[in-house]
Design a binder for this molecule. Structure first.
Ligand code: GTP
Ligand code: MG
Length: 171
């Protein structure tokens, strides 16, 4: 068959936000794992859509590994940034990491698409995706296409909307 165009995606966000759970759900069901553990360093994962083949660098969000993220910025063609919508205490930390990303020389002047998942929407104390985008000041991102989806990675809700958006970008 036709070879699908390959797109390199960097999946980042704080530890425990649900990155690995999201990426796992995007894989075909026979390739999904049942037990997800905190990522050490990073892990390379693949999933396909009808027109694209995504290679995802699923980075660890733990503080001690966050300095690894920037080494993969250059080859990233899109970013998935995951937020735990119920973690109000660390929303400011997530914003700091996002601002550091946006100001990085390998990111700053590129029209790199950023897909945000306001994840863990199923939890009772989760805030809305509108509120998440306000707290992260997403409206200030003017030179990059971005999109935010509310998601529940455990049920897989909201993930397809995000992938559809990613697929609609020309790489
Ligand atoms: P690191 O690899 O440490 O950076 O974490 P991560 O962002 O990859 O998070 P991971 O996917 O390991 O998920 C962390 C925990 O959150 C796990 O217990 C998941 O089952 C849980 N989780 C992930 N997504 C959701 C969600 O949408 N809702 C709920 N309730 N729990 C979730
Ligand atoms: Mg992980």
């Amino acid at each position: 068959g036709l070879k699908k165009k390959e797109v390199h995606v960097l999946c980042i966000g704080l530890d425990n936000s649900g990155k690995t759970t999201i990426i796992n759900k995007l894989k075909p069901s026979n390739a999904q794992t049942q037990d997800i553990v905190p990522t050490i360093g990073f892990s390379i994962e693949k999933f396909k859509t009808s027109s694209l083949s995504f290679t995802v660098f699923d980075m660890s969000g733990q503080g001690r590994y966050r300095n690894l993220w920037e080494h993969y910025y250059k080859e990233g063609q899109a970013i998935i940034f995951v937020i735990d919508s119920s973690d109000k205490l660390r929303m400011v930390v997530a914003k700091e990491e996002l601002d550091t990303l946006l100001n990085h020389p390998d990111i700053k002047h590129r029209r790199l698409p950023i897909l945000f998942f306001a994840n863990k929407m199923d939890l009772r104390d989760a805030i809305s995706s509108v509120k998440v985008s306000q707290l992260l000041s997403l409206e200030n991102i003017k030179d990059k296409p971005w999109h935010i989806c509310a998601s529940d990675a455990l049920k897989g809700e909201g993930l397809q909307e995000g992938v559809d958006w990613l697929q609609g970008i020309s790489y």
